[in-house]
Design a protein around this ligand. Structure first.
Ligand code: ZN
Length: 136
């Protein structure tokens, strides 16, 4: 697997509109996209910081993963996403064969027209890691 950069950092927030205000008015960043990802029951807002994005995540459902996360841990960093250059499925297969615990054995659809898959925090020292690639 070849990881080229941190694609984005995902941050769980209770209220997307309120959180956007902080990033725009205090940090001076510009929200360039708001997108709902039905698959993951989230609404996302994106900011570009150099090559890396900040992805704010608001739950759209009581039983969504972001709502569960906030209930358990409060708002904050939810995941780190690495960009995989040479094939996400192969990377997942490789990790599977090494006994790494995955959340997704196959890529699924994420925001920003990406294929994504999560590695389970049990295998990553407690960090939810997302791998992503451009949808081909
Ligand atoms: Zn993400």
């Amino acid at each position: 697997m070849e990881i080229t950069h941190i694609e984005h950092i995902g941050i769980a927030v209770e209220n997307l509109q309120e959180a956007i205000k902080f990033y725009e008015n205090v940090l001076g960043l510009k929200c360039y996209a708001i997108e709902e990802v039905k698959d993951q029951k989230v609404k996302t807002a994106f900011f570009l910081v150099g090559q890396t994005k900040i992805e704010l995540l608001e739950s759209t459902s009581e039983d969504g993963p972001i709502n569960k996360f906030i209930k358990k841990k409060g708002e904050g960093i939810h995941h780190i996403a690495f960009y995989v250059k040479d094939g996400l499925q192969q990377a997942l297969d490789q990790m599977n064969s090494k006994g790494i615990q995955l959340v997704d054995n196959q890529p699924r659809k994420g925001a920003e027209n990406m294929n994504i898959a999560f590695i389970h925090p049990k295998s990553t020292n407690g960090v939810l890691i997302e791998l992503c690639e451009d949808k081909s």
